[in-house]
Structure formats: C-alpha cells, structure tokens
Design a protein around this ligand. Sequence first.
Ligand code: SAH
Length: 394
Amino acid sequence: MNSLKLKPGREKSLLRRHPWIFASAIDQTSGRLEAGETVQVLSHQGEPLGWAAWSPDSQIRARMWSFDPADAIDLDFFRQKLQRAFQLREALALDPLTNAYRLVHAESDGLPGLILDRYGDVLVMQCLTAGMEAWREPLADVLMEMTGAACLYERSDADVRSLEGLPERTGVLRGRLPAGSLLLREHGLQFQVDVQKGHKTGFYLDQRDNRARLQAVARGRTVLNCFAYTGGFAVYALVGGAASVLSVDSSAEALALGRVNVALNSLPEGRDTWLEGDVFQVLRQMRDQARRFDLIVLDPPKFAPTVAQAERAARGYKDINLLALKLLAPGGLLFTFSCSGGVSPELFQKIVAGAALDAGVDARIVGVMAQGPDHPVALNFPEGAYLKGLILSV
Ligand code: SAH
C-alpha cells in the first residue's frame, strides 16, 4: 500500500484537520507513488491519520481526502462529499431569483482541488490538483447524474495548475453547451456569461451579496466602478438608481459584455459609460483633473496569491485606495476589496487606513464584506477566506 510517514511532530496541523501536507513535513514514503494517487498518511510513530492525494510536483505534496483511517477513497466517498456540498447550497436557500452559484468550494467542502460553479443548466469545473485530476473522468459522470445538468464544461486553465505540473485544459467534458449566449440570473437580474473565455469560470459569483449592498446605497450617486469586468457592480448601481456609472477596465471584451448586461436588464439609457484603460493611470488623471464621485468601487484582480507576494501587493492596494479616497466627494462611499489569499483582512484594513492617512481624509468603516455563503470557509481551513472588503464613508 502507498503510504507516507511524517517527520516527528509534523502531525500537529493534521490533528487540527488542516488538509495540507508540505514536502518538508514528510519523512519517508513507501510504495510507487504516482501523481494523484491515494496514499495512507502515518504519523512518525506509524499511527494512521487518514488518506491524502499525492502531488509530486507541488510544495503542497499531499492533500487530505479524509481524516478517518477507516474510510475508503472511492467513487462513493466522492458522491457523499458532493451530496453534502449540494445540500449546503440548498440549505442556504439562495434567492429563488438566483440560478448561478458555487456548488463546490474545494478544501472548504472537503474536496481539495475541485471548484464547481453552476450557471443554470451549465456546470463549470476546475480541477486544480493532481489528486482531483486523477478523479476527473469518473467524477464527470457522477456530477452529470447528481445534478441533471445539460453540460459540464471544464476550465482547468488556472495558473495554480502549473504548480502541480498539470497542463491547461478547457472544453466540454459532458453534454453540450447550449447554442447562443448563456444567460445567468442573479437576484432577478440577467447577465451574459462567457464560460469558455471569461475569467475564472466566467463570472465573479463571490461578489453577489456585495453587489446587492451597493445597489442599496446607490440612489442618486455618481459612481466610479474600477476593475469593472462585465459590469456586475455597474448593473446593480444602475438598478439602485445611480445618477451615473463610469466603469473602467483594461479588457475591451469585458467592457463589451458589460454594455450587453446593462441592455439585458432594460435600464434607462445614457447613465452608463465604459472606459478601457489602466485603473492606476485613470485614477491619477482624474486626481489631476480634480474629478469627484459619490461612490467608488475598487475590485482589483489578485495582487498577491500567496503571503510571499503580500508586500508588493500592499503597495498596489495602497496606491489605488489613496487615489480613490481623494476622488470621493464629502459623504462619499468607497467599496474596496482584496481577493488576494496572501493578504489577511487585518493587513488589508491596515493598508486602507494608511491610504486614508496619506490622502488626508477622515474615513470610517460602515460595512465589512466577504465572499458569499456559497463560497464557505471551513474553520479548519482559514485559507478558504480570500475575499475581503470594506465600505468606507468619507
Ligand atoms: N468587479 C468585477 C470583477 C473584477 S475582476 C465583478 O464584480 O464582476 C478584475 C478586473 O480587473 C478584470 O476584469 C481585469 O480585466 C481588470 N484589470 C486587471 N488589471 C487592471 C488594470 N491595471 N486596470 C484596469 N483593469 C484591470
């Protein structure tokens, strides 16, 4: 049987049920370990601690499937984990007017390496680890059977796959994509999503609740929507009665889809504008022109995937927050986010506080935001909490 034995004392994190085993924690292995295979995990004393998937190319050399030595890691095991994940989403009673949400959030649903998002009848899957890669084909059948979906589309093209020595792979895995454009419903609003080429699996589902919070305070305000992507925040701001919404993004394709999304929701014309550009430069120009807005959204891409990049990321966050705070009219609101796993909520708040100090503005926190509940955070896996946001009043 394949097994790995930990160095003395290195079982501590596993006893707290943290699912990662770093290469540096492993004393020896036995058997012929191939990428993705299941290995029994043993303490230094030889006591069985559970089962993990082997990732020979990654510093995270193994990830726990189960902390129960009596478990068998077979298709039934995965069926049960999926069942539990799906039941959780049902229990959340997501707005009946929402048909797009995350069904499986990797480690936080006990399934390291698996992301599964639902867009109505279409499932989009990411396999991010060698372990998940090994189960991908049999799981595809199980997923189709359990969900009754019309299509399972694979978007295994995230950067982290390279850390696992896995190539990018995208395409239809089961069923077929519906002809024409794919529309999703969120809080009764419609959005067109490109699951083949869009970011992540196509849409930033994690911001759903935060977009609704923006809608609630948008009435009458002039809005600057930075890092707009396909206009999620823009549509909600317009629905909430914003006086105007200027959306900035470096991707022309994303902005084009943003325009489509405004049109899809039959909103009054002439209140939305779309600007292709680099937010860092655009904010500087606006500062030089002494522009003012009543509400600004900063939802940048991941500046720091890991703690190691946190310092450089901190400069980026400080830069844009400082500029945005200067552009806010008195009484203005800033919705500011970080989706960097390497930046903790405490660090993020500190960076934003530093930005306010340097901008010379008196700001207070009037809201704290996170990813939606369909992106749960297992208590034994704090890394699962990646999205944090603050609402500041100036
Ligand atoms: N707020 C969006 C998601 C934003 S994702 C939503 O709710 O759907 C981050 C976006 O930032 C992407 O669309 C990407 O194209 C854009 N982007 C990345 N770097 C940028 C830069 N320097 N200037 C402008 N846009 C940038």
